[in-house]
Design a protein around this ligand. Structure first.
Ligand code: SF4
Ligand code: SF4
Length: 276
């Protein structure tokens, strides 16, 4: 049975899609964004054991050459991640789909659905697909939260199984996208176009960073992409916040005036624009 690597599960969240949702944060990401707020979700733990001695709570040990983590002892000090050569986390856990749904089904009476997030959830494609298929069987609404970088054929297949996607377009321009994430946006734009036209997107998100991204150009082009598709998707503009971001670039938080100006651009292009 296929197993997935999970960073964490939040049983009840009001900010990861409509209503109250259980959110599954998968480990691994194929982007390396300069503004990432959760860089410990990017790489996998290789069970090298280096971080064990950094844990003053004895929450970590190797069992049969695999990292074992005792959540009851952990004080969330982050020593282990800070000392890890790849800034990974030893606190990830493997789940089968059955194990995951034992947790989800307990929450089912109280939630509007589940959202599978990350990291980047599509990196663990087979596991993700199994979760979505099971959610359909259990009659549970399933959203994915994605950076959109997946071969378009695979995204088309996957879209049969999820209800809606929360979809990042980090930059409309290829070079700028590459500078920000380390990957081009070819797949992202192809998938956005297909999913918007299929009305499979709940919201498109763009993080606004001053002095680094051409925000006006991005908002102008992305809002037109959304409205020209006739989709019901919202356009969410996310204000970059500098806390806990380690970047080789100088990234600047945008002013409220800048955000309002961008919102006006999106609204003039007939988008329902939300600011967070
Ligand atoms: S978290 Fe990093 S340091 Fe710790 S065992 Fe995993 S790979 Fe090694
Ligand atoms: S975050 Fe938890 S597991 Fe990691 S070093 Fe701190 S107490 Fe140990």
């Amino acid at each position: 049975m296929v197993k997935g690597i999970i960073n964490k599960i939040i049983r009840f969240s009001a900010v990861d899609g409509p209503g109250n949702r259980t959110v599954i944060f998968m480990q691994n990401c194929n982007f390396n964004c300069s503004y990432c707020h959760n860089p410990e979700t990017i790489n996998s733990c290789t069970s090298c054991g280096i971080c064990i001695s950094s844990c003053n709570s004895n929450a970590l040990k190797l069992v049969n050459n695999k990292m074992y983590f005792d959540a009851n002892l952990c004080t969330s000090c982050d020593n282990c991640t800070n000392i890890c050569p790849t800034y990974s986390s030893p606190k990830t856990q493997e789940y089968t789909v059955d194990e995951l749904f034992k947790i989800i089904l307990k929450a089912k009476p109280f939630i509007s659905g589940i959202t599978i997030s990350g990291g980047e959830c599509t990196v663990q494609y087979n596991f993700l697909k199994e979760i979505l298929i099971r959610a359909k069987k259990e009659n549970i609404s399933a959203f994915i939260d994605t950076n959109g970088h997946l071969e378009p054929d695979k995204m088309k297949k996957l879209s049969k199984y999820f209800d809606k996607a929360m979809f990042d377009i980090k930059s409309f321009e290829e070079k700028e996208h590459f500078k920000l994430t380390g990957i081009t946006n070819n797949y992202v734009l192809q998938n956005a176009d297909f999913l918007l036209k299929s009305d499979k997107i709940y919201e498109i998100r763009t993080v606004i960073v001053s002095n680094f991204l051409n925000n006006k150009n991005n908002v102008e082009k992305i809002s037109k992409l959304i409205s020209n598709s006739q989709s019901t998707a919202n356009y969410k503009l996310i204000k970059f916040k500098n806390h806990s971001v380690k970047s080789k670039y100088k990234l600047t938080e945008p002013s409220d005036e800048t955000i309002l100006e961008l919102k006006t651009i999106a609204e003039n292009n007939n988008c329902n624009c939300i600011i967070v």
